[in-house]
Design a protein. Structure first.
Length: 138
C-alpha cells in the first residue's frame, strides 16, 4: 500500500512538472520623427516556447495641423520587425478629416517580437518620406 501511494504521488508530481504553462504578454514600442509619431502594440497568449496567438496594431499620427494633410491624395505607411511586417497604401479623393491611421492584425504560431528590437516604420505622403525608429516602452 505504501509503495502504491508513493507511486501515485510521484505521478501527480510529474504531471504537474510537465503541464504546459500559458504566458500572456504585451509590448508597446513608440517613436517619432519630424512630422509623425508612431506606436506599435503587440499582445500574445499561448505556450511559453511558441506563442499560439498574437494580436498587433500600429498607429501613426500626424503631428502637424490637419490642414496640412487636407490635400493628401496618397498615404503609405508600413512597419517591419524580424518576425512581422505590414503595409497600407491609401488614396483619397476627399480632404482628410483625421490625423490618425492604423493597421491591425493577428496570427497564430508566430514568435513574439524581440523586446529589445528596434522596429522601423516608414511613412510616405505628399512627396515626402520619413523613417521612424520605435523602441520598447519599459
Amino acid at each position: 500500500m505504501k509503495k502504491w501511494l508513493s507511486g501515485v504521488l510521484f505521478c501527480i508530481f510529474l504531471s504537474g512538472c510537465t503541464s504546459s504553462e500559458t504566458t500572456n504578454y504585451e509590448y508597446t514600442f513608440t517613436g517619432e520623427s519630424e512630422y509623425w509619431e508612431a506606436e506599435y502594440k503587440e499582445r500574445g497568449t499561448g505556450e511559453t516556447a511558441a506563442f499560439n496567438k498574437v494580436e498587433d496594431e500600429l498607429i501613426v499620427t500626424y503631428k502637424g495641423p490637419i490642414e496640412e494633410l487636407a490635400t493628401t491624395e496618397l498615404l503609405s505607411y508600413s512597419f517591419q520587425s524580424t518576425v512581422d511586417q505590414a503595409s497600407v497604401t491609401s488614396t483619397f479623393d476627399q480632404p482628410l478629416n483625421t490625423k490618425r491611421f492604423s493597421i491591425q492584425g493577428g496570427s497564430k504560431n508566430r514568435d513574439r517580437t524581440n523586446k529589445e528590437e528596434v522596429l522601423i516604420v516608414k511613412v510616405r505622403w505628399n512627396g515626402k518620406f520619413e523613417n521612424i525608429e520605435l523602441h520598447r516602452v519599459k
